[in-house]
Design a protein around this ligand. Structure first.
Ligand SMILES: *Cc1c(COP(=O)(O)O)cnc(C)c1O
Length: 302
């Protein structure tokens, strides 16, 4: 994985504004969006040990799963190319033909082979029978679950938390993180820290179980608080209110967020601060998990 030349440790900076001051907290941002130009944020953290394991097992190909706008497919295509793996993407839905998303175009440009499957088939992505079938079909292939979220992902995310502890000189009271599959939140918890996880999808209740299952038996794990109310109508959906928040945040702090994950997480975090959720003196690290290749055109302008 040395071909991936990451910028480590990623910067940690403290920001301040009237909401933070009024809440009496300290807010730090872990800039994992700066980790790598194409393998961004938490995807780099989650892929690191997955790819190391693939290499250890002697696999020449890595296969993974995602939708047409998946940041994980994007990152896996790029990382696979850097690390000299062939890559296969199992994509949910029909072949879009000429109307391919920019994410899928990028994946193909990196050499990823895309296989389109029906939503019914895609639903089988975690079933043992289906995985075994894929293993028979694609030999010499290491299979990474959707989102990169596996036991190997946790170790990479724990390293992010370790960096933060070194940088701060203390363990924060909370990490705030956006959740899609929950792998990043699980890694934070297994590092022993508390996580506030903001679901980027509607009906994200399943995340709690998924996250706790990923961690398994671990008695020094942190506390999880899952927020389900900040999905803005569903995965990859957004409202003008969310876009305005992202624009104002960038004007104030000079940090670009996107509308699928980090915008929703920061919106939720600011809402909690305004509602008096935190104790005076609480120290929060919000993880900027990257994903900026999925930024809406309209948010790029300023
Ligand atoms: C994939 C992604 C997430 C979700 O991470 P999970 O570990 O799947 O919960 C959060 N933020 C960004 C920017 C992402 O690309």
């Amino acid at each position: 994985m040395d071909l991936l030349v990451p910028s480590l440790p990623t910067p940690l900076l403290e920001i301040s504004d009237e909401v933070i001051l009024k809440a009496g907290v300290r807010l730090f941002i872990k800039r994992d969006d700066l980790i790598h130009p194409t393998v961004s944020g938490n995807k780099w953290r989650k892929l690191k040990y997955n790819l190391q394991q693939a290499r250890l097992e002697g696999a020449g190909t890595v296969l993974t799963f995602g939708g047409a706008f998946s940041n994980h497919l994007y990152a896996t295509a790029a990382a696979g190319k850097y690390a000299s793996f062939e890559t296969i993407g199992i994509v949910r839905g029909e072949d879009p033909g000429e109307r391919k998303s920019s994410t899928l175009k990028f994946c193909e440009a990196q050499g990823m082979k895309l296989h389109y499957v029906s939503r019914e088939e895609y639903r089988l992505r975690n079933s043992d029978d289906y995985i075994n079938e894929l293993k028979r079909k694609f030999t010499n292939t290491f299979i990474i679950p959707e989102g990169g979220t596996s036991e190997f992902a946790l170790k990479g995310v724990e390293e992010m938390a370790e960096e933060v502890k070194q940088q701060l000189g203390f363990t924060p009271d909370y990490y705030a993180v956006a959740a899609g599959t929950g792998g990043t939140a699980a890694g934070i918890l297994s590092s022993g820290s508390n996580a506030l996880a903001f679901s980027a999808l509607k009906g994200g209740d399943f995340l709690e179980n998924d996250i706790l299952n990923l961690i398994g038996e671990n008695n020094h794990q942190g506390q999880l608080k899952l927020f389900l109310e900040y999905h803005f109508k569903g995965y990859a959906k957004y409202t003008q209110e969310l876009l305005d928040f992202i624009l104002i945040f960038k004007k104030k702090h000079g940090i670009q967020l996107e509308q699928v994950y980090t915008g929703k997480m920061f919106f939720g975090l600011y809402d909690l601060m305004e509602k008096g959720y935190f104790k005076n003196g609480d120290r929060i690290v919000a993880v900027h998990t990257g994903g900026l290749q999925g930024l809406l055109e309209g948010l790029k302008r300023i």
